[in-house]
Design a protein around this ligand. Sequence first.
Ligand code: FAD
Length: 458
Amino acid sequence: MPFALVDTLFLAAMVVELRMENRCAAGCMDLLKWGLMNASSNTPAAPIPGKAGAIHVDGHAYPGSVAIVGGGIVGLALAYRALDEWPGARIAVFEKETEVGQHQSGHNSNVLHCGLYYKPGSLKAQLAVEGIRAMVLFCQQHGVPYDRCGKLVVAVGENEVPRLRELEGRGKTNGLQGLRWLGPEAMREVEPYVRGVAALHVPEEGITDFPSVCRAMAASIRSRGGEVHTSAEVSSLTWRDGQWRLRASDREHSANFLFNCAGLHCDRVAALAGERRQTRIVPFRGEYYELNAEGAQLVKNLIYPVPDPRFPFLGVHFTRMIHGGVEAGPNAVLATAREGYSRRDVSLRDFADVISFSGFWRFLAKYPRMSAYEIYRSLSPAAFLHSLQRLVPALRREHLRPGGAGVRAQALTRTGALVQDFDYIQRPNALHLINAPSPGATASLAIARHLLRVVSGR
Ligand SMILES: Cc1cc2nc3c(=O)[nH]c(=O)nc-3n(C[C@H](O)[C@H](O)[C@H](O)COP(=O)(O)OP(=O)(O)OC[C@H]3O[C@@H](n4cnc5c(N)ncnc54)[C@H](O)[C@@H]3O)c2cc1C
C-alpha cells in the first residue's frame, strides 16, 4: 500500500478516535460531577457508594446486589465465589447467548496453565498458581474431567536456549514445583517424537474441559440462589439514584454494583457505563488443526515451543484433549469480526473499530513481519505444518485436518502495545475487566477472588 494512503488512513483514524472520545467524555460529565471517575486502572479500593445498598460484615462492606455482564468463565467464577464471600448479596449474571461459555471460554485449548510464563509480580503470575489449584479442586468437587499430565516446552535451536532458561527462572520464582531441565535424550523419554536441543518439563500443567466447568458453575450458582440469565444481552447501563439500571433483552434490572466481564465486548460494555475506551479490544483468531489417529500417535501430552516474549501468545503447540484426540494450534491472526470463528466472518462494525484506533496502526508499524506472517500461515497449511514440524519432524500433511477456532479478546493500547497482564478499571460502583487473556480460564476462580477482595477492600 502506498505510504500516502497509509498516512491518510492513519490521520483519519486519529480524527475519528478524538471525536469519539469527546462524545464519550460529554456523556460522562454526570458521573464526573459525582466524583466517580477519579480512579485509574488497577487502583486501590474505594468505599462503596450508596450506603443503602451495602452489606457490612466485620468492618468490611460489600454491595447488596450485583450485576455481572458476561456468562463466560470469569463472570461465572465471580458469581460462584460471590455467593460464598458476600453472603446475603443478590447475584445475577447476564449472558447474551442462549448458553453460558459460548465464546472464549468455549473456544480455547483447554490447558490448565500453572504460571510458567508470567513476569514475577504480575497479576498473571500471582493468580495463575492459585488459579490452577482452585480449578483442579473445582473439577474434583463437580465431576469435571481433568488430567495433570505435564507439558514439555522445547528449544528447537541453541538461539532459543537463553529464553528457555529465562522461563525456567520465572517458573521457579513464581513457585512452580518439579520443573526439570532436559537434554535431547531425556526429552524423548517424555515425548518420543519431539526434536530439540533442550526442553523444560512442567509437571503441574494439565488439560480439562472448560465448557463443562462453565456449565457446572452455572448449575451451582442457580442451586445456591444466584441468577444466571441467558439470552440477556445488556444494551444499556445507567447509574441513577444509587443504582445501576440495566436493560437486558427488553427487561429492566437494577443492581448496586456492576462487574463487566464481557470478554470480546468488554470495552463496549465499559463505554455503555460511561467509560472512555482507553484500550481497545482487538480480536486475534486462533485456528487449530486436528491430528488423525496416525498423527496423534506422535504426541503423548502437551508440546509447546519457546514463545516470543514480545507477544502474549504461546506459539502453535500440540495439545492432547481430555475427551481424546490431539489438537495443533492456535495461531494468532487478526480477525475481521470479534466473534469471527472463520476467515469468512466479517463485521463492518468490528473492523471499523480496529482500523479507527490509532493503536492498531502503531501495532502494525511495530510488528509488520509478524502480522504478515500470521496471515500467510493462516492461509497456508504448508506453513502451519512447518511450524509444527519444528517440534515434531515426523508429522506429515496427511496427519492434519482443519479443526475449530477461538477468538482472543486482546486489549491494545494507543501506543500499539498488547496488554500482557490481566487488567481492570475500578470505580466505586463498578469494575470493568478489560483484559483477561490466557490463562484466564485456568485462573478464573483466582481472578474472581482477587476482584471481590479489591471491591470489598480486604
Ligand atoms: C484460542 C484461545 C486459546 C486459549 N487457550 C487457553 C488455555 O488453554 N487455557 C486458559 O486458561 N486460557 C486459555 N485462553 C484464554 C481463556 O479462554 C480466556 O482467558 C477466558 O475464557 C476469558 O473468559 P471471559 O469470561 O473473560 O470471556 P468469555 O468467555 O469471552 O465470556 C464473555 C461473555 O460475555 C458475553 N457478553 C458480551 N457482551 C455482552 C452483553 N452486552 N450482554 C451480555 N453478555 C455479553 C459473551 O457472550 C461471552 O459469553 C484461550 C483463549 C483463546 C481465544
